[in-house]
Design a protein around this ligand. Structure first.
Ligand code: UD1
Ligand code: UDP
Length: 358
């Protein structure tokens, strides 16, 4: 069996790393195909280096662009590689344009598609990620659902049960594999002058938030109110999309400590020791739930409802008063459930399932 592991963006590299490590451990015939959707050092190569992943055999250098341009470029590039390599299965992870293009190119070539993190739904079709998830799930042959709830979602949409496997989410593997290393190797709190449990950590990059001036302004105002009310620093490793939009809209970030995107060890350390995390990231909602740290989600919906059900997360939207109220709600809330995303063996399970069936 030959596996093509497709990655393109920061979260895909992180969430595919346990699968890549498992392929290496088993001396599996596989190769990495990087689409180059993310390309800045701190959004891409730093994770290969820190996680000690092999260099991708192919890099399509697709880069940034409109949805059609970016997806189209990746689609054409992946088709060429798959035609040459003829893998038995193409693995894609998550909900980016890389994922949709990878799955579509493969299925048209009659190559099997495995979707890691299948069955997530925000039921908000204005999100590009929701379109990518739905379409990818419906053209996949192996749907690796992180939870029983995501499996049920897929069944309701008419996907055959024998294609669905509940494996947990590989983010748990990644956190377990890297947390100890993070505590040994990262020194980010000291570097940023922060004290444990005395700062808020923030990430925001979702298109529907930062490409909309009013929503982005709402988030920044909410954060500024928090800094004032709690007299605590608000640290925000800023995504390149958000930095660009902030400059374009002329938004001010007074009282917010904007820093460059962090490497994984640094970011895990920041997450673990924050008083509370505010985010619109999918991966960060999951990681805070795994680490047992409270999270406020700067969105109106989530495709990770399990995090809310176990009491680790709450939806705030982007109105400043709602953000401040949500922080107070989380400070007074008891956690009432375990991490719902598995035991850290998802990567192993996924490769085993493929080996047994291909
Ligand atoms: C993409 C995914 C999103 C995912 C996120 C992870 C889609 C539709 N979106 O969003 O689901 O949550 O990655 O971080 O696939 N840029 C750089 N350097 C980079 C990459 C991007 O400067 O390495 C800047 C460019 O100005 C670019 C902008 O960020 O135009 C947006 O990049 P893009 O890949 O289109 O989307 P993301 O917002 O990163
Ligand atoms: N992350 C990181 N450095 C940062 C911010 C995030 O390493 O400065 C990691 C984080 O630990 C998580 C992943 O990036 O594993 C989430 O990616 P992102 O928020 O870009 O995308 P999403 O999960 O929303 O698709």
């Amino acid at each position: 069996m030959k596996i093509a592991v497709v990655v393109g963006t920061r979260p895909e590299i992180i969430k595919m790393s346990p699968i890549i490590r498992e392929c290496e451990r088993r001396k599996q015939d596989y190769f990495i195909l990087h689409t180059g959707q993310h390309y800045s050092y701190n959004m891409d190569r730093v994770f290969f280096e820190q996680l000690e992943l092999p260099v991708a055999k192919y890099n399509l250098d697709a880069g940034s662009g409109s949805h059609a341009r970016q997806t189209g470029k990746i689609l054409i590039g992946i088709e060429q590689v798959l035609t040459k390599e003829q893998p038995d299965v193409v693995l894609v992870e998550g909900d980016t344009n890389t994922v949709l293009a990878g799955a579509l190119a493969a299925t048209k070539l009659h190559i099997k598609v495995g979707h890691v993190e299948a069955g997530l739904r925000s039921y908000d079709r204005t999100m590009p990620e929701e379109i990518n998830r739905v379409l990818t799930d419906h053209i996949s042959d192996f749907l690796f659902a992180p939870t029983e709830q995501s499996k049920q979602t897929l069944l309701k949409e008419g996907i055959e049960e024998n294609k669905i496997f509940v494996t947990g989410n590989t983010i748990v593997d990644a956190v377990y594999q890297n947390l100890e290393l993070a505590s040994k190797k990262a020194n980010v709190l000291k570097q940023l002058g922060l004290k444990e449990k005395e700062y808020f950590l923030v990430t925001t990059h979702r298109q529907e938030n930062v490409d909309d001036k009013d929503r982005f302004q709402g988030i920044l105002s909410g954060l500024q109110q928090l800094a004032k009310e709690y007299e605590m620093p608000v640290v925000c490793p800023i995504h390149p999309r958000s930095r660009k939009k902030m400059e374009e809209f002329g938004l001010s970030a007074d009282n917010i400590n904007l820093v460059d995107p962090q490497d994984l060890f640094g970011f895990l350390q920041l997450e673990q020791h924050a008083k509370l995390v505010l985010t619109d990231s999918g991966g960060v909602q999951e990681e805070t739930c795994i680490l047992g740290n409270p999270c406020v989600t700067l969105r109106d919906n989530t495709e990770r409802p399990e995090t809310i059900e176990v009491g680790s997360n709450v939806l705030a939207g982007t109105i400043p008063e709602d953000i401040v109220d949500s922080v107070s709600i989380m400070f007074n809330k008891e956690r009432d459930g375990d991490n719902p995303f598995g035991d850290g063996t998802s990567g192993k399970k996924i490769i085993k399932i493929l080996e047994e069936r291909l």
